[in-house]
Design a binder for this molecule. Sequence first.
Ligand code: B4P
Length: 190
Amino acid sequence: MLNLVLFGPPGAGKGTQADFLIEKFELTHLSTGDLLRSEIAANTPLGLEAKKYMDKGELVPDEVVIGMIGNKLEANKEVKGFIFDGFPRTVAQAEALDNLLNGNGMPVSGMLCLEVEKQELIDRLLTRGKTSGRSDDQDESIIENRIQVYHEKTSPLKDYYLAQDKQYSIDGMGTIEEIAERLSETVNKL
Ligand code: B4P
């Protein structure tokens, strides 16, 4: 089973590259951002709670996202592998994911970290904000906060996966096709 963690700051291209990796390696996509936005669209209590954090560019509490991922893993036991997009984002989430996957004998195969310069991240998200309707992409100060939260709470996970010899840094600057090729080369070695 191939289980990939697609990692990087907001705007690094995780969602974009996940589409390519899913098709190429026949993986099942689990994006906590997408799952949370579906809950918001359906006006569920979970969605209403999550929206308060997302609109400010803060992380949704760990127990909420861990519960969502646990349910999805349980419901997709027969797949070839998963691509985790935007999850884990904290050490507590990474530990929970290891517990869920190792318990089923299907550990994380590799963590692929897209490295992108800060100004490029801001430009990409503001561009998306013009058409996406995502409120967290329309205000530069919220984008700055998301990047700050990434550095404080999420980037320490590089060391978490490095300690397991599973961390791969990928240059995330360039065209979508160039970056897809770099990711593909790394995944082929796993
Ligand atoms: P996400 O949905 O994960 O949003 P994101 O970090 O902005 O990344 P996304 O995948 O959407 O964007 P991408 O880099 O592909 O999270 C949203 C919010 O949900 C979080 O802020 C948080 O509040 C909450 N949340 C989600 N998961 C959570 C968790 N595990 N724990 C707690 N809270 C959680 O792409 C950005 C743009 O760049 C796109 O428009 C794309 O077209 C463009 N782009 C991509 N590659 C490009 C390239 N090479 N060149 C030019 N443009 C490119």
